[in-house]
Design a protein around this ligand. Sequence first.
Ligand code: F6P
Length: 328
Amino acid sequence: MHKISKIAVLTSGGDAPGMNPCIRAVVRTAIFNGLNVVGVRQGYKGLIENDMYDMETRSVSNILSLGGTILKTARCLPFRTDEGMETAYQNIKARGIDGLVVIGGDGTFTGALRFSKKYPDIAIIGIPGTIDNDLYGSTYTLGFDTATNTVIEAIDKIRDTADAHDRLFFIEVMGRDSGAIALRAGISCGAEAIMLPEKLTAIEDLIKNLKDGQSNKKSSSIVIVAEGDKNGGVYDIAKAVQKEVTNYDVKVTILGHLQRGGSPSSFDRVLGSRLGFAAVNALIAGETQKMVGLQANHIKLTSLEEALTEHEFKLEEDLLQMVDVLAI
Ligand code: F6P
């Protein structure tokens, strides 16, 4: 087994609250174990452009409460090419780096796996960092909890004004192809309906649901639309409903990137710390091409391949069943 002596850490893809506590844990766990650590700026772009710096214990002081990522992040197309990967590899070798910790989502892991198969002498451990909560092998991804809490805070405020004006709001939330944020936020805010990519809601059913609510003395209604919902987007849905539910004043709010920012929750600070700690220990133990994740409150390793190929995310059945029951 090749002994690791110098590791690099990077964040890639969409930022997620909790990445900073995770970077801190990676850096300090590595230093504690006598390893050298290099921080890579802007994800894979920094590997290709050789934009890296040596990190010390104090490089990660006072970052636990910060959203975003001190290493910065990017979505890097050149890393998908053979030339881009070769340049990254040469830069890594020239610095004597033999282990890599990559924090990100499925795009990040796809890059990591390809790179690792091409250059197996560089050990790689992935950490699931995405607000979308859509990776197989970790019940929760880093940033999902904070993002959901941010969404809840925003929707609670919208509920106040919706109620004051007796309005119907359609609120679009992030998640790409995952309805995880929409479902949790919907349950937490008492949404009248939740439109999810995983479970198509027919527009006629939605209209009936909202009309029933009005007959049942509801004065305001909130419909959460996950961005990956397949009904044609939040504006089209709102238009179709407005035509039929004429006695409601209809408004649309797209929460957008505010969902990605903000100070990480307690859950994400602890999760980030646990995953960072575990990732470095996995590298020291000789692991590679694996993801560290949370399963039944224990840290477990899953192969990157499995995390990607079997990542069809299943929303909790009991939560799905509750939606209509609790919103009557
Ligand atoms: O993957 C995280 C995420 O925020 C998704 O929920 C969203 O679809 C996407 O990133 C937005 O990406 P960008 O910031 O590049 O527009």
